[in-house]
Design a protein around this ligand. Sequence first.
Ligand code: SF4
Length: 530
Amino acid sequence: MPIFKLRRFLFPFTWSLCHRFDTRYSQLFDRYEPFQWSLFMTTSTGLGVRADGPKEEWVENPETGEKYVKVGDLEFPPRKVWMKTFGCQMNYHDSDRVLAHLSDLNFTQTDDQMDADLILFNTCAIRDLANQKFYSKLGDSKHAKKANSNVKIGIGGCIAQTEGKELIKKYHHLDFAFGTDVIDTINDMVFRAYAGEKRFTVTSWDRSENFSIETKITHGSPQAFVNIIKGCNKYCTYCIVPYTRGKERSRRLDEIVKDVQRLVKYSGIQEVTLLGQNVNSYGKENGESLAELIMELEKIEGLELIRYTTSHPYDVSDELIAVHGKSKKLSRHLHLPVQSGSTEVLKRMHREYSIEHYLGLLEKLRKANPEIVLSTDIIAGFVNETDDEHQQTLDLLDKAQYDFIYSYAYSERPKTRAAKMEDHLTDDKRGERLREIQAHQTKIQEKIREGLIGKTFTVLVEGHGNMGGIKKWKGRSNCNRIVHFRPENDEQDLQWSWVEVEITSATAFSCQGEIKKVWGRRMPADAPRY
Ligand code: SF4
């Protein structure tokens, strides 16, 4: 399945990505042959890779007319890349960038690993489950290498950042590992692999003064993720992100505005999700802010909807709350990860806010925009959580009335401060508490969804599927609710259309609706935005 279809199903996971400061500089040129030195040892970009080395150049075979890419002396005929991404939206966004870069090297995407010339993994170090899945897939990739020894295999992302060298030593079928800050140099690494270099690691940090990129998209949808800040300075005790993604650095506001203007004008983008590990910290080092950025983006004609993720409650400013009240294009949904209902647990997590402060934020947000829909992340059974602290999380669910939650049982991540804490809680107890939290929230959601019956939402249609033998389209509302509905006739193609849908029935987890009006792929300026 193409990556852009998958990523929408993933969590707007608060523990996105970050880095470590005892960074090992990459062994970028350790194994270089003299000819490769001459190709790469040019101007440093801050990443330790070429700035003015050989570039991708499209040429045509005069005999066959086939187009291929040349980089220096190496030829890149059409090849296929299979890429598997684990983790948060930031990782999916990074994978999109990787695929966009690889298209300049004549790669197209394939869903079949055995059909691929290049196999890439974008890994996640946050959760144990993603970790286990990655290792199982990594093991499977040995078969592809056995079947075709020309296949190149690389791993990127958070695990590669912290354990790349060890993995390269341990798994002999791996060709290269690359960290989170060098994804924009993927073509250099692929070039090196095809030039014959074996088993290298690139995990250097971008030390340039500004965080400056251009959004790259490989899909044809009107939705785009736009990375506005990278890294995280928060150091929550359970999270490895600050060690895998580094310090916070923001793009300049005017660069982002121009980037989005370009996406709207030339790529048909109508909805952007501003992305970062902690978007609420955006712009601090430059005297800019997320609130300011949203109000500037709002002015772009043709842009319909602005979302942002992921938020940290400590950095939600009054200025931003006010924007939720006045912006016409900002989504009426906010995902505000709380993690626990107990202030004591929040202290052990080093979350830097109390539960009273958090509830105060929800109150202000609902005052600013009474229609706002809220969701959150919860960690069940954090280190030494007592029965009473767990009960406080259940109480919080009642008070907050979240539209949905993402909940996980705490699992220890190596190299985090929480992993060093003495812990008396068992995994069984964690599982029990997780189930209790989920059952409690399900009842709350059932009531909230019941209250939606009869209401109308404008949804952007994202796809269709088969529900009980009936073809149904699926759209996402401004407030981030998914609604399923039947087309008016079997031939009707609603992909990426704006459609008004009335909710006719609902369960705790989904809404079913009926088409009221089809606006088409562009909403008229005066159409109501429900
Ligand atoms: S805010 Fe905390 S949980 Fe989120 S990325 Fe930063 S350290 Fe991790």
